[in-house]
Write a protein that binds this ligand. Structure first.
Ligand code: DWN
Length: 389
């Protein structure tokens, strides 16, 4: 493994601070490339309980993701012809958004979610959820299922081999493992370096992922690509029995050839510090003109973007976020307060820095009035720019 991009020591992305509980805790963030398995990854691990016991991200916080998971349940129910006799196991089930959608199709569901506070939201919504990590010990207590889903989870897993072996263990022979992960080719192409944080241990390309699955006896057989989900996501379909790969999968693998390799990562790593400086310069220029700037959204990514670029309270008045769990807290390291959109509306800025850039379409449509009144958005990726549409 070779170190490629050293982002310094940064705070944990989702560890929002409360008044009186600020800490300077920061952890090294260095991206490595493995010449053996082609996996782009972190090597400095933060204990998982520090990150996942109490979680602030809720899947249902955006309409885009809720719609996406509703459609997901519908298409997979049809694809596998799931009936009331079938069970779906969702690993990292968060607030149960996906499982609720499966329930509406009459399928039996079980969620596995280690974050206690988030699991209890799912339970309260009628989604049976185990507050556990998914491992071989837990698998022994579970019955075999037709479908295992894990969305935006594989990147977070410390021991990928164990995790995938556990999936293989609980999956029926005629079952399917369906998962979503951000596609590293998009991260590199869009320069979205804020997707790199301690929770995300692996940055998958198709080659590295297929290899990891195969070690567990799972075969990547099909793929769907969602360019507007988390900046570019692929949904993988892995089977324990079939090895026949689809045309789309073969096409995408060929397309990825030079887009997720050592050289692509090297070019990205050289560009990142320059793009960070450019974003900061744009914001400082606006401040010099006397403009008021606030952040739009307080995603995990924002902690990295703001800390790495040196964008603090001298530049951003606040960050507005719809998630009640985040409101009243502060983005770690920079201390930018997170407020509700209602509060933000009482003191709107001249410019919003679009921290939740992956929801650009949804947000710009929602903020039509702000734009019509002369408000503008600073979009950080793929190149920092000011936009009004
Ligand atoms: O892997 C991960 C992904 C899937 O989700 C995580 N480790 C944690 C999380 O990452 P994130 O926090 O960067 O996710 P989002 O979905 O980009 O977060 C968007 C944030 O913006 C949410 O806090 C909700 C907020 N938001 C808002 O305030 N107004 C979103 C929309 C669409 C809005 O209109």
């Amino acid at each position: 493994m070779v170190p490629m991009l050293n982002m310094g020591s940064l705070p944990l992305a989702n560890r929002l601070e409360t008044l009186g509980s600020t800490s300077d805790k920061a952890y090294p963030l260095v991206v490595y490339y493995c010449h053996n398995c082609a996996l782009i990854q972190l090597a400095d691990l933060v204990p998982r309980n520090e990150m996942f016991t109490d979680y602030v991200y809720l899947t249902s916080a955006s309409k885009t993701m809720t719609d996406h998971f509703n459609r997901y349940a519908e298409t997979i129910t049809q694809r596998l012809d799931l009936t009331t006799k079938d069970n779906v196991l969702d690993v990292g089930s968060n607030d149960g958004t996906l499982l609720k959608a499966f329930q509406r199709h009459g399928v039996k569901v079980l969620g596995i979610e280690p974050a206690r506070n988030v699991a209890s939201i799912a339970e309260a919504g009628g989604v049976p959820t185990l507050t556990e990590y998914f491992d071989l010990k837990l698998a022994k207590t579970l019955q075999k299922v037709r479908l295992v889903t894990a969305n935006n989870i594989l990147s977070h897993v410390g021991n990928l081999r164990d995790f995938l072996a556990t999936v293989a263990q609980v999956l029926r022979h005629d079952g399917l493992f369906v998962f979503e992960v951000p596609w590293v080719a998009d991260v590199l192409r869009n320069h979205s370096f804020d997707m790199i944080y301690h929770e995300h241990l692996s940055y998958f390309g198709l080659r590295s992922l297929a290899r990891a699955l195969q070690e567990a006896g799972l075969f990547l057989v099909d793929l769907e690509y969602y360019p507007s989900i988390h900046g570019g996501t692929f949904r993988g379909f892995a089977s324990p029995s079939s090895k026949e790969s689809s045309f789309v999968l073969r096409e995408m693998s060929a397309r990825e050839e030079n887009e997720a390799d050592f050289w692509a990562l090297k070019e990205f790593s050289e560009r990142v510090p320059k793009l960070a400086q450019h974003l900061r310069d744009i914001l400082l220029g606006l401040k010099k003109e006397g403009k008021r700037i606030a952040g739009y959204g307080a995603p995990a990514k924002a902690t990295i973007l703001l800390n790495y670029c040196g964008i603090g309270r001298d530049i951003l008045d606040y960050a507005s976020d719809t998630t009640p769990l985040k409101q009243g807290k502060f983005i770690p390291g920079v201390g930018v307060p997170v407020v509700s959109p209602q509060l933000a509306q009482t003191k709107p800025p001249d410019y919003y820095l679009l921290l939740a850039w992956n929801f650009r379409e949804e947000i710009l449509a929602k903020e039509k009035e702000f734009i019509e009144r002369g408000g503008r958005f600073v979009v950080p990726f793929p190149y920092p720019e000011v936009v009004d549409s």
